[in-house]
Design a protein around this ligand. Sequence first.
Ligand code: FAD
Length: 450
Amino acid sequence: MNSPDALVFGGGPAGVAAACELAAAGCSVLLVHQDGALGGPVHRHEGDGGASPRVAPSRRWRRLAAEMDGLGGRITVRLRTAFVGLDGEGKFLVRDMARNAVSVLRAPRAVFALGAVEQVPPVPGWQLPGVMMAGGLQLLVKGGVPLPAKRVVLAGSGPLLLALAAQMARAGHSPVAVLEAGRPFRVHPAGLGLLEGPEYLWEALRYQAILRACGVPYRMGARVVSVDGAPGALDVAFRAGADPTIQHLDAGLVALHDGLAPNDHGLPRAGLHASGVRIQYAGDCREVLGGRAAIAGGRLAALALLSEMGRTAPDAAGRAAKWERILSRHRRIQRAVTSLFATEWPAPATWPDHLVLCRCENRTVGDLRAVLDPRVPSPKEIKLVGRFCMGECQGRLCERSVRRFLGDREGVPYPAKSLVGERWPVRPTPITAFLDDAGAEGAASSVPPT
Ligand SMILES: Cc1cc2nc3c(=O)[nH]c(=O)nc-3n(C[C@H](O)[C@H](O)[C@H](O)COP(=O)(O)OP(=O)(O)OC[C@H]3O[C@@H](n4cnc5c(N)ncnc54)[C@H](O)[C@@H]3O)c2cc1C
């Protein structure tokens, strides 16, 4: 497929739904996905290097996969290939992860459905070996990979910690404890918002019941203060509620989590790109609303592109209204979930100098304070002189903390996107990957979605 009508980047529910919608309207679509199987963190279930062979595909995913199968080959899938950039001439650069080769794709329109990135609470010790992110641990658990340590502590905040703890307990490897900084199960008016999404409420109660049955303490209002030690022998210090006493837990492995944010770092903006390419975002990459909403979001993104092409089906307005209603409902549910998990992390002014902000380049709060003395420099100086948001992850992990720190110091929120604007490549890519294959049109392969 030399130049499809549309490119879709990201093969989770949002990307697959967008591809189906475009293909159903007669467009040729190239779906580019970085993993070895479609599905994203929730639905990926087989053939992905053992990612989640134990997990059967959900009904929702099976329906989507069947829809894709029924589209007569108008969707071509390219796996193990990542989007790395869109240049000013409308060339999409993609990197074949196995061959380490960048090639060029062209299309007049694209949907970015790259999902979400995990956030981590910036606590002293989060950069140590033996401390990982909850999403990474979930991948191991779902894949049935033996964990490197017996005693695992989950800490931070958010529904993923609860889900992961229940998944671990069901897999026979219960965590020692979940230290949840928020108080999601307290009586709070925001809880009423969950009545709109009873499926979430039941899911949460089911997870809690599993934890109770397996004797896993789910400690609400417990805030991790620091992690210290070496892999296999970590000390997790935490405070519970208003009690100033510091308590300790021994752990072999610690998994931290503090919610999800759109994975939109460095991406070209939605709308009409300078090169003339039309761009839409979909799913968690646009707004973190979960898997159910991601399908609606993918279909809406595709409808927007089809409308710009003048290919509006007679029933498009009605279907768009239905998906907008689904998104609005999930927005209200997510607001309720966010309020229930609301957490006060220590104010940036109290962060110790030794606290690491950028794990990639080992840059600390002290380093940031030094760059700020005596004035707050431009975002460029913070990056070039301070080397924040400049490492391997390109700010995906530290940007939020750096902005929080700067905003707190200035007394006004530090502008979003100022430290990680639009750019390509969107992630570090070896120069050899460009040299070997630059300008080549990579071969596309049709792969069944499940
Ligand atoms: C670590 C993690 C764990 C989660 N666990 C749960 C859970 O237990 N339960 C739950 O209900 N929800 C969970 N979620 C949320 C859930 O995954 C999403 O809400 C839902 O899948 C959103 O669908 P999506 O299609 O927007 O994105 P995703 O399903 O995330 O799909 C996006 C895909 O794009 C791929 N991608 C990213 N960058 C590129 C690139 N540059 N080029 C090509 N492909 C790329 C990613 O590998 C990913 O597979 C989790 C999210 C994360 C990040």
